[in-house]
Design a protein around this ligand. Structure first.
Ligand SMILES: C[S@@+](CC[C@H](N)C(=O)[O-])C[C@H]1O[C@@H](n2cnc3c(N)ncnc32)[C@H](O)[C@@H]1O
Length: 209
């Protein structure tokens, strides 16, 4: 496994990103206790910044877990914006619903239980698509959802470097899935795509028309 960011750098960056929101801290604690993969704070802050810059009306997440990444999107969209959460595990969405009811952001959220791609197909004119579901499904997710994106949409995907295994020549289904997805997006002429080596790699792909 290739370390993407030196742990000392990550610790330094985290030290520059203090947050005191009790729900956020509770979710970070929960993720730690359950060993549940969330984007974590540094990527969360990037999601927040991108959302503020793009000012989306519609954000769709494929693979929302219990709402950590959605918290950053929901905080950043305007009061008329919507963040669609999808997860096949209803217990995750129950946790998120309770949390967003308590913090007053619930009107900005839709909670959709089931297969993320089946649900995702129902939406059009998506301004921000966030992909964080099973890694074998990334390319299919992109193929399915690109026709449903708005002009100048932003496609964001977590785990684009997959613990460095994409660069090590790993051949397990998840690594293959991420590598195929990266190739698929980076070779497209209708997107401007880059991968930021932050945490586990974040792909940003801007739709050029
Ligand atoms: C990495 S976690 C998401 C973490 C979340 N984005 C965050 O940062 O807070 C992936 C989630 O996607 C869900 N998932 C994976 N594949 C899915 C699919 N095809 N349809 C619905 N949910 C899926 C899993 O149940 C899991 O909760």
């Amino acid at each position: 496994m290739i370390p993407i960011t030196d742990p000392r750098i990550e610790e330094y960056l985290r030290g520059l990103a203090p947050e005191d929101d009790t729900h956020l801290i509770a979710m970070e604690q929960r993720a730690k206790e359950l060993a549940f993969p969330i984007v974590d704070r540094l990527v969360g802050r990037l999601l927040y910044l991108l959302t503020r810059l793009r000012q989306p009306q519609l954000v769709v997440e494929l693979g929302s877990g219990f709402g950590y990444s959605a918290w950053w999107f929901a905080r950043a969209v305007s009061i008329t914006g919507t963040v669609v959460m999808t997860d096949r595990d209803g217990a995750n969405l129950d946790y998120a619903r309770t949390m967003f009811r308590q913090n007053g952001l619930i009107d900005r959220l839709e909670f959709r239980e089931g297969d993320a791609l089946e649900i995702g197909r129902e939406y059009r004119d998506i301004d921000i698509l966030f992909i964080d579901l099973d890694k074998e499904q990334y390319r299919l997710a992109a193929e399915t959802m690109i026709p449903r994106l708005a002009k100048n949409a932003l496609l964001i995907a977590d785990n684009a470097l997959w613990y460095g295994r994409v660069a090590e020549g790993g051949d397990d289904p998840e690594t293959r899935g991420i590598r195929e997805f990266n190739d698929f997006m980076c070779l497209r002429r209708d997107f401007f795509t880059t991968i930021i080596p932050l945490r586990d790699g974040v792909m940003l792909a801007y739709r050029l028309s």
